[in-house]
Design a protein around this ligand. Structure first.
Ligand code: KG4
Ligand code: ZN
Length: 354
C-alpha cells in the first residue's frame, strides 16, 4: 500500500510516498530555514505564506506513483502552517478519491527509525511491532518527551520538558552567542571539534533539573522531567560575566562554552532516559526529532541503551528533521483504525496520548 504523507507543521514544506509503512518511495522536503534566519526563529505568518507557495510543487514532485491514501499532520504545530497542509491534503484525497488519515507530529517523529531507503543499508532492522514495548524519546525544536510505547500505536507520556524543548535551548544559546539560526547544527559542529581536542575544562552548567514542585503541576515525576530555562539563564549570566559574546569570541572561548552547554543538555537527556529505562522494562529505545541528529547525543544514548540492555533505534539523518515520510509511514499503521479525516480541524496543541 502506497501512502502520500504531507507535513507542514512548522518550517518545512514536505511530502513523501511510503510503501507499506517503511519503504520510502519519494521524499521531498523544502526547508524554509533561510526565510526565518533574519528573525532568529520561525515566524508563523512567514511559514504559512511559504507553505502556500511551495505545497503544490512539493506534492507534485513527491507524486511519483499512484497512492492508496493521503496522510497529513494535523497537530501539534503552528496553526497557520498546519492549515496549509491539512487543506491541501483534503483537496488531494477528495480529488484522488482515496481516504485521508490525520497524523500526530510527535508520533510521526517516533516512526522515523523504522523508515528505510531503498539501496541503502537499513539503520534499524526491527519492524515497529518487533521493537515493542519501547521507550520513545521525541526530541526536537518544539518537543522533548519520554513516551512509553507498550505496543505500536499506543503512547503515554512519562516525562517531558517543563519549559523549553532541547532544540529550542540549542537555538536560544546560538542566538545569544551570535552563531545564527538554527543553533543545533552549528553547536554540534563546534562542540565536536572542541571535544576532539579540548583546550580547557567544561563549564559546569546546570543539568536541567526541574525546580521542586514544578513537575507536580504537570502531574509528572520530577526525575523524568527536564527544565532548560535555568540552563539558558546560567549561560546568559556566564556570557555577561565574561564581558559579552564578542569578548568570549575574541578570547577564543566560544567552543568551550558551546561544548559545555551541549554537554549539560545531553547529560540531562541521558539521565532522564536512564531513569525511565529503570522504571519500565523495555525492549528498545526509539528516538526521533531534529535534535536526535546531535552527534554527542547519539553517542551518549548508545551508551545508555547498552547499559540498560535495550536496542537503540535511531533514524537515518535525513529523517530526523521534519519530513513527509514519517507521516506516510505511521499512517500505514494507523490506517485501519483511523476515522476518515475529512472533517478534521488543525489541532496546534495536540497531545501524543489518545
Ligand atoms: O524535528 P525538527 O526539524 O522540528 C521540530 O519539530 O521542532 O527539529 C528542529 C530542531 C531545531 O531546534 C534545531 O536546532 C535542532 O532540531 N537540531 C539539532 C541538530 N540539528 C537540528 N540540535 C542539536 N544538534 C543537531 N545536530
Ligand atoms: Zn518535528
Amino acid at each position: 500500500m502506497n501512502i502520500l504523507g504531507i507535513e507542514t507543521s512548522c518550517d518545512e514544506t514536505a511530502a513523501a510516498i511510503v510503501k507499506d509503512g517503511r519503504e520510502v518511495v519519494s521524499n521531498v522536503v523544502y526547508t524554509q530555514i533561510p526565510l526565518h534566519q533574519p528573525y532568529g526563529g520561525v515566524v508563523p505568518e512567514v511559514a504559512s505564506r511559504a507553505h502556500v507557495e511551495k505545497i503544490g510543487e512539493v506534492v507534485k514532485t513527491a507524486m511519483v506513483s499512484r497512492v492508496d491514501a493521503v496522510a497529513v499532520t494535523y497537530g501539534p504545530g503552528l496553526s497557520p502552517a498546519l492549515l496549509v497542509g491539512l487543506n491541501a491534503a483534503k483537496g488531494l484525497a477528495k480529488g484522488l478519491g482515496v481516504p485521508l488519515v490525520g497524523i500526530n507530529h510527535i508520533a510521526a517523529h517516533l516512526h522515523t527509525p523504522f523508515l528505510r531507503t531503498p539501496g541503502e543499508p537499513p539503520v534499524t532492522v526491527s519492524a515497529p511491532e518487533d521493537a515493542m514495548p519501547a521507550l520513545g524519546l521525541a526530541i526536537s525544536g518544539g518537543h522533548t518527551a519520554w513516551i512509553d510505547m507498550p505496543e505500536y500505536g499506543s503512547y503515554k507520556i512519562l516525562g517531558q520538558t517543563l519549559d523549553d524543548a532541547a532544540g529550542e535551548a540549542f537555538d536560544k544559546a546560538a542566538k545569544l552567542l551570535g552563531l545564527g539560526y538554527p543553533g543545533g547544527p552549528v553547536v554540534d559542529r563546534i562542540a565536536r571539534d572542541f571535544l576532539a581536542a579540548p583546550t580547557g575544562d567544561l563549564v559546569p552548567f546546570p543539568k536541567g533539573r526541574p525546580r521542586e514542585g514544578v513537575s507536580a503541576l504537570a502531574g509528572l515525576p520530577a526525575e523524568l522531567c527536564v527544565s532548560f530555562s535555568g540552563l539558558k539563564t546560567a549561560l546568559l549570566r556566564y556570557v555577561q560575566r565574561e564581558g559579552g559574546a564578542d569578548a568570549l569570541a575574541a578570547a577564543g572561548e566560544i567552543p568551550r562554552v558551546v561544548a559545555s552547554y551541549q554537554e549539560a543538555i545531553v547529560q540531562a537527556v541521558a539521565d532522564r532516559t536512564r531513569t525511565a529505562l529503570r522504571r519500565v522494562r523495555r525492549r528498545s529505545l526509539v528516538v526521533g526529532g531534529g535534535v536526535s541528529l546531535n552527534s554527542r547525543l547519539r553517542a551518549v544514548l548508545s551508551e545508555v541503551a547498552a547499559e540498560a540492555d535495550v536496542e537503540l533505534l535511531l533514524a537515518a539523518p535525513r529523517y530526523c528533521g521534519d519530513n513527509g515520510a514519517m507521516v506516510a509511514g505511521l499512517a500505514y499503521y494507523r490506517y485501519a483504525a483511523a476515522d476518515d479525516a475529512m472533517g478534521l480541524d488543525v489541532c496546534p496543541g495536540l497531545e501524543v496520548e489518545e
